[in-house]
Design a protein around this ligand. Structure first.
Ligand code: GCU
Length: 340
């Protein structure tokens, strides 16, 4: 962990220096993209497709460099680097973006989407995403596409979670977002917010009893080496968001911007194509090689506890009401049909 952090710090200083000196590489503008997933994760594969697309169309002007595995720091660090223009793009979980614009809180609500299809349709609907994605322009960045990150569920070192009562007294890592802390409090566990890169060590050293995430965290991040129960309570479908520095985006010519827009769509579609395969492979490996047991509890008791969070948010942010209603329209059109 430590050497990685030191390397990340060094890399960041280097980037800042090159950013200040104009980033030119053989006359081409270097575009830097950071994220926190491993090299074989669907997010990285999608960004490599973006790199190939931009370089094929605009390779005389731009060179794209993708930095996986928190090489540029935690997601919060990377959002700040994107704000200032030290890097051009990064992938951030929607969770942490709520501290930059309260509108992002909407997609962090537990049990917001009733099915995966409703989630995908809503996230593909510009009427829903546009007012949220553009809400950070004043902060220097905006969202250019969303990335599927599956369904978040609880997993623990040694406690099978069959109902909210089983969470009582357990220290559970959550993402650094007020919504996730509230959700955990309501469900009865003790919320321990921390960055993604710190979770493995915290689990191993028993600082926490468990965490919550999609299935890939078990394998890609090794959490399944320590946690033996993964429980499908389906509490959130939180998208990842590809954000870009506004000054850079605004500097593109119309023709260049069109190529970038195609690239952003490619990120979304390639990641989605890779996602299902990756989840199947992760489940297979977790079950058969890491000895993880998958549990399928009744979701209803978890849901009943969390649902009041919806109205609380709408009371606090009335301008989110029409967007929330738009999501409900997709929910009615694509009801749940027994997934997992
Ligand atoms: C998922 C998500 C990441 C996020 C992580 C977390 O892996 O894709 O963007 O950082 O969860 O729990 O922090």
């Amino acid at each position: 962990m430590k050497p990685l952090r030191t390397a990340a710090a060094m890399l960041c200083s280097l980037l800042l220096l090159t950013a200040l000196s104009g980033c030119a590489q053989g006359g081409r503008r270097m575009i830097r993209i950071g994220h926190n997933q491993s090299a074989d994760h669907p997010t990285n594969l999608a960004l490599l497709a973006f790199e190939a697309h931009i370089e094929a169309a605009l390779g005389d002007r731009y060179e794209v460099e993708v930095y996986p595995s928190e090489l540029l720091g935690s997601q919060t660090d990377m959002v700040q680097l994107t704000q200032t223009g030290a890097i051009d793009f990064c992938v951030a979980s929607n969770s942490i973006l709520e501290t930059f614009s309260e509108r992002y809180t909407l997609f962090n609500l537990p049990y917001l989407f009733v099915s995966r299809d409703a989630y995908h349709q809503a996230m593909d609907d510009p009427e829903i995403t546009r007012p949220i994605f553009s809400s950070t322009r004043q902060a220097g960045f905006e969202a250019v596409t969303w990335i599927d990150a599956g369904t978040r569920n609880f997993y623990t070192v040694s406690t099978p979670i069959q109902s909210p009562a089983d969470l009582k007294g357990l220290k559970i890592r959550v993402q650094q977002s007020p919504t996730n802390v509230t959700m955990m409090r309501l469900l009865g566990g003790s919320a321990t917010p921390m960055g993604f890169g710190e979770v493995y060590t915290a689990l191993q050293s028993k600082v926490i009893d468990g965490a919550e995430n999609n299935e890939l965290a078990l394998t890609s991040n090794g959490h399944g080496d320590v946690c033996k129960y993964y429980s499908y309570d389906m509490h959130q479908m939180i998208p990842d968001i590809l954000i870009g520095n506004c000054d850079f985006l605004d500097s593109l010519s119309e023709e260049e911007r069109a190529v970038f827009e195609e690239g952003f769509q490619l990120v979304n579609s390639v990641e989605r194509q890779e996602w299902d395969k990756a989840v199947d492979a992760a489940k297979e490996r977790a079950e058969n090689q890491q000895g993880v047991t998958f549990l399928y509890p009744d979701v209803q008791p978890f849901q009943t506890i969390c649902i009041p969070m919806h109205q609380d948010l709408l009371d606090d942010c009335p301008d989110l009401v029409p967007i929330y209603e738009g999501i409900q329209r997709w929910n009615r059109q694509y009801p749940q049909k027994g997934e997992q």
